[in-house]
Design a protein around this ligand. Structure first.
Ligand SMILES: [Zn+2]
Ligand SMILES: [Zn+2]
Length: 108
């Protein structure tokens, strides 16, 4: 079980058709385990999540507010996807999305 990097709540596993996503019941953040960050970004068409291949833009230096990977506790790197900062763990290749980050990606 993983804990939310934002609020330390226990994430809830949710099975999708071909992958699992962990949701935070408190802040609605999403954790994607063991993905391929360079090739994915998620789009949502309720209630299913779909992935579309989109290249992650350049890595961005964020001096503050960096999050720890809920799986391996290393500091995650921040990538830009459509101008939105997304946290990616280079160690386990997991990806964290705050709910507002997801909404901003999808609003394009
Ligand atoms: Zn949370
Ligand atoms: Zn990790």
């Amino acid at each position: 079980m993983h804990l939310c990097p934002n609020c330390n709540e226990q994430l809830r596993s949710r099975s999708m058709s071909n992958f699992t996503v962990d949701e935070c019941p408190s802040c609605d953040g999403l954790w994607f385990d063991d993905q391929v960050p360079e090739k994915m970004v998620c789009t949502v068409a309720s209630p299913q999540f779909f992935f579309e291949p989109i290249a992650f833009e350049k890595k961005r230096e964020v001096p503050e507010g960096r999050l720890q990977c809920p799986r391996c506790q290393v500091t995650m790197d921040v990538f830009e996807v459509r101008g939105v900062a997304v946290d990616v763990c280079q160690s386990c290749r997991g990806l964290w999305l705050d709910s507002h980050e997801l909404r901003r990606i999808l609003s394009d």
